[in-house]
Write a protein that binds this ligand. Structure first.
Ligand code: ZOZ
Length: 706
C-alpha cells in the first residue's frame, strides 16, 4: 500500500493520494490501499474530512484492463469493487474526490462513491467501458443516472465518450470547478463541508422518477444502428433501466450479472485486444532505443487530387504549413475547391469554427512550381499509381529537397525500393500510405524500404500520431499489408458471383458479417479503374493458367468504373443510391457460361468463409514473411483501413477465436475444390494449428533467433 496509495494530512483534512503510474488504474493493491487509508482517516479524531486525489497526470483511468484477461482465463478470481465503494460512501466524514486529467470507468465509479467531486477545469469524466465490450461494473450504471439523469447516463454509457468538467458540473455529476491549485481548493472545499450532512449518491433517487419506457426503446434502437453488431451498449441500457426499476442493491446485482456476461464475451476479448493493439503498433521491435524522430515543421505534397488534398488537410489540421503542387491550374483549383468544401461542411455541422477553417486554409499553399520545396522537412508524393511517373518525380525531388528531408510516397502497392533507387538518398525514402478519404480515415501504413533509416521510420510513425492517425509499420512487397491481403478477398468475392451468388448477396453477406461495406460495393466506391491499371501493370507476373476474375475487366472496358460513372457491380443514381444492375448480372452469367464455370446456389456461410479465410491465409503469409511485425498489426490495419468489424478483433484475432485447426480444415477444403495455386494453406497457419498455438502467439523476431 505504501507505494500505490499515500495518506498525508493537511491540518484537519486527510489526503489520500493514488500513485500508480502511468494512469492510476485500479490495479491490485490500489483499492486495498485506498480502503486502508480511509480506515485510518476515519479512525483519526483529528481528521474532519478526506480528499482523494491522483498523483501524476490523471485521477483514475479505470480498472486495470490487463486484469480482465486474467479473470477470463481463470488466473485471478473475480474482484469486486462494490464493498470498497460502499465503505467510502458510508464514511462518517465527508469524502471529496479531487479530479484532474480523467476519471474514467472505475475511476468515475470511485468518484461517484464520494460525497462531493471537485474538478480541475480541464478534467474529463466518462464511462468508456463499451469501447472495451463491457459495461461499468462497480455501480456506474446505478450511480450515474442518479447524478446526471437517465438520458445523459444512457448517452455516456452507450457511446463511451467522456464529457468535460463544465458539463459535468452543469449535469450534477460534480459540484465545483477549482481554478488554481486543485489540492488546495479541494482541501478548502473539504473544510467548508466538514461536519455537515454528506449526500450519498446511492440515496439520491429524484432523477430516477417518471422515466418513460420509450426512452429505453429509443436508446436501444439507436444503439443497434450506431453500434451495429455490438452487445455491450445494449447491456448498458438494460443496467440503467434496472436503476429505475430496482432499489440500489438489486440494481447493482443486475449490473454485476450483465457485466459478467459481457466480460466473458468474444466481443470484450476482441475490443480489449484492440485497445492494447492500438498502443502496441507504435512499438517497433529492433528500432534502436536512442533513435529520435526528426522535427517536421514544413511539408510539401506532389498532387492535389483526392489523396494529395486529403493529406494536405491532415497537415493543416495539425498546424503544419504545407505546399501542394499540381501540374495544371485546373487540377490545382479543383483540388483546393474540394479541400475548402470539406472544411465548409465541417463548419456547417458546427464541428469547426469559421476562424479555425480560415487558419487551416491559410496553412495550405497551392502552387504549380517547386518553390519552397527546398525548405520542406517531408515531401509526400501523391501522384497516380504508376511506377514510371513516381520514379520521374523522385528523381526531381532528389535534386530539389534539402539534405535531411524525408521523401515519402503515398503508393498503395508499388515497390518502395525501386522508387528509392532513383534517388541519391534511399535511406530518406519511406512509404506513407494514407487511406481514402485521407482526412477521415484513421490508418497510416508506414512502409519500410530496405534502406529506410531508423530515424525516418521513427519520424513517419511519430508523424502519424501527430496527424491523429494510427500508424502501422509494414514491410515492402506488392500491396504491403493491407492491399496484399485485399487481393484474395476481392478475388473470392468475384469468383463467388461467377459461380452463382448475386452481387447483392455477396455484399449483404459480408455486411452482415460486420464489414462496413460489402467487397463489391467497396470496389464500386474506390473505382474499378484503379484495380484495372494495377492488373495491366502486373499481367506479366500472373502464372499462366491461373484462374483470375473475369468480369471486372469487362466492366472497365465498357467504361463502368463504379459510383463515379454510375455503374459497375451495381447501379448508382445521382445521389449515389445503389440498386442492382441487371446488365451486370447478365454479363456475369454469360461470362461464367463462356468460361465453363458451373453456376450453383451459394450459401452466405461459404461467401463469408471464402472472403475472410482468403484474407487470413494471406495474412499468415504476410506474418511469416515479416511484412507485418505481429498479428495485431494486421488486425489494426484491417479495422482502421478496411472496415473490418472491431468487435471481431481483426482478421487474425478472428481466426484465433474460430480456432486455427478449424480455419485450416476449411482452407484445405477450398484447396481441394479450387486448387493449390489459390488455396494452399500458409505454412505458418499449418504450423501454429499443429502446435496448438494462435496467431497472437507468433513473434517473428523471436523465431528468427537472437
Ligand atoms: O489510456 C487512455 C484511456 O482511455 N485508457 C482507458 C480508459 C478506460 O477504458 N477505462 C475503463 C476501464 S474498464 C473499467 O473501469 C470497468 C469498470 O467499470 C470497473 C469495474 C471493476 C469491476 C470489478 C471486476 C473486475 C487515457 C485517456 C487514460 C490516457 O491516454 P494517453 O494517450 O495519455 O495514454 P495511453 O493511452 O497511451 O496510456 C498510457 C499507458 O497506460 C496504459 N493504460 C491506460 N489505461 C489503462 C492502462 N493500462 C491498464 N488499465 C487501464 N485502464 C496504456 O496501455 C499505456 O500503456 P503502455 O505500456 O502502452 O505505455
Amino acid at each position: 500500500m505504501a507505494e500505490l496509495v499515500r495518506l498525508s494530512h493537511h491540518g484537519d483534512v486527510a489526503v489520500i493520494t493514488i500513485d500508480n503510474p502511468p494512469v492510476n488504474a485500479l490495479s491490485p493493491g490500489v483499492p486495498e490501499g485506498i480502503e486502508s487509508a480511509m480506515q485510518q482517516a476515519v479512525a483519526d479524531p483529528q481528521v474532519r474530512a478526506v480528499v482523494i486525489i491522483g498523483a501524476g497526470s490523471t485521477f483514475i483511468a479505470g480498472a486495470d484492463i490487463r486484469e480482465f484477461g486474467k479473470i477470463v482465463s481463470g488466473e485471478r478470481p473475480k474482484l469486486t469493487l462494490l464493498p470498497f465503494l460502499l465503505a467510502i460512501e458510508d464514511s462518517p466524514k465527508p469524502v471529496i474526490m479531487a479530479i484532474h486529467g480523467q476519471a474514467l470507468g472505475g475511476g468515475l465509479e470511485v468518484a461517484m462513491a464520494g460525497h462531493y467531486r471537485v474538478l480541475a477545469p480541464k478534467a474529463q469524466v466518462g464511462q468508456p467501458e463499451v469501447k472495451l465490450g463491457i459495461i461499468p461494473g462497480a455501480a456506474g450504471t446505478q450511480r450515474l443516472p442518479r447524478l446526471a439523469g437517465v438520458p445523459k447516463a444512457l448517452e455516456m454509457c452507450t457511446d463511451g465518450n467522456p464529457i468535460k468538467a463544465q458539463e459535468a458540473v452543469a449535469l450534477g455529476i460534480a459540484d465545483k470547478i477549482i481554478d488554481g491549485d486543485l489540492l488546495e481548493g479541494a482541501v478548502s472545499f473539504a473544510r467548508e463541508v466538514a461536519g455537515k450532512p454528506a449526500p450519498k449518491t446511492r440515496e439520491r433517487n429524484e432523477k430516477l422518477q417518471a422515466v418513460s419506457p420509450a426512452l429505453f426503446q429509443a436508446a436501444r434502437a439507436q444503439a443497434r444502428q450506431k453500434s451495429r453488431g455490438l452487445h455491450a451498449p445494449l447491456a448498458a441500457i438494460d443496467a440503467i433501466e434496472a436503476s429505475t426499476k430496482l432499489d440500489f442493491a438489486a440494481g447493482c446485482e443486475e449490473e454485476a450479472r450483465l457485466f459478467n456476461e459481457c466480460l466473458f464475451s468474444t466481443e470484450a476479448q476482441a475490443l480489449i485486444h484492440l485497445f492494447f493493439g492500438e498502443r502496441a503498433v507504435a512499438k517497433i521491435p529492433g528500432l534502436p532505443k536512442d533513435v529520435k524522430p526528426l522535427d517536421i515543421r514544413r511539408a510539401a505534397i506532389i498532387g492535389a487530387g483526392t489523396m494529395g488534398g486529403g493529406i494536405a488537410m491532415n497537415y493543416a489540421n495539425a498546424g503544419i504549413p504545407v505546399i501542394v503542387k499540381e501540374v495544371k491550374q485546373e487540377a490545382l483549383d479543383r483540388g483546393v475547391g474540394i479541400i475548402r468544401n470539406n472544411y465548409a461542411k465541417t463548419v456547417a455541422k458546427g464541428r469547426l469554427t469559421q476562424e479555425a477553417m480560415d487558419q487551416r486554409m491559410a496553412l495550405i499553399a497551392p502552387q504549380l512550381t517547386y518553390d519552397g520545396f527546398d525548405h520542406a522537412d517531408i515531401i509526400t508524393e501523391a501522384a497516380f499509381e504508376n511506377m514510371a511517373l513516381k520514379k520521374q518525380i523522385f528523381a526531381e525531388l532528389d535534386k530539389i529537397a534539402k539534405p535531411g528531408a524525408i521523401l515519402a510516397t503515398n503508393t498503395s502497392t508499388l515497390d518502395i525500393d525501386e522508387i528509392a533507387a532513383v534517388t541519391s538518398r534511399p535511406a530518406m525514402v519511406v512509404g506513407t500510405h494514407f487511406f481514402s478519404p485521407a482526412n477521415v480515415m484513421k490508418l497510416l501504413e508506414v512502409v519500410r524500404g530496405k534502406a529506410s533509416s531508423p530515424e525516418v521510420i521513427a519520424t513517419a510513425m511519430a508523424l502519424g500520431k501527430k496527424l491523429g492517425k494510427i500508424a502501422v509499420l509494414a514491410g515492402n512487397c506488392h500491396g504491403f499489408i493491407g492491399n496484399r491481403m485485399l487481393e484474395p478477398y476481392f478475388r473470392e468475392a468475384q469468383f463467388l458471383v461467377e459461380e452463382g451468388a448475386s452481387v447483392e448477396q455477396v455484399n449483404q453477406a459480408m455486411y452482415d458479417f460486420g464489414m462496413a461495406m460489402g467487397p463489391l460495393a467497396v470496389d464500386d466506391l474506390a473505382g474499378l479503374d484503379i484495380g484495372w491499371l494495377i492488373r495491366k501493370a502486373r499481367a506479366a507476373h500472373i502464372k499462366p493458367g491461373l484462374r483470375v476474375p473475369l468480369v471486372a475487366d469487362k466492366l472497365c472496358e465498357q467504361g463502368r468504373f463504379g459510383q463515379k460513372t454510375g455503374r459497375a457491380w451495381s447501379k448508382y443514381d445521382q445521389n449515389r443510391t445503389q440498386s442492382p444492375d441487371p446488365e451486370t448480372a447478365a454479363l456475369i452469367e454469360s461470362t461464367a457460361h463462356a468460361a465453363g464455370i458451373e453456376r450453383r446456389q451459394i450459401s452466405n456461410e461459404e461467401i463469408v468463409d471464402r472472403c475472410v479465410y482468403g484474407l487470413i491465409n494471406e495474412g499468415a503469409r504476410i506474418l511469416e514473411d515479416g511484412i507485418a511485425q505481429r498479428a495485431v498489426d494486421i488486425d489494426i490495419t484491417y479495422i482502421y483501413g478496411y472496415g473490418f468489424p472491431a468487435w471481431r478483433g481483426g482478421p487474425m484475432f478472428y481466426a484465433d477465436t474460430v480456432g486455427l485447426p478449424k480455419v485450416l480444415a476449411r482452407i484445405e477444403e477450398f484447396e481441394k475444390k479450387h486448387g493449390s495455386d489459390l488455396w494452399a494453406p500458409a505454412p505458418l497457419l499449418k504450423q501454429l494449428a499443429a502446435d496448438g498455438k494462435k496467431f497472437k502467439d507468433f513473434d517473428k523476431s523471436k523465431e528468427a533467433g537472437p
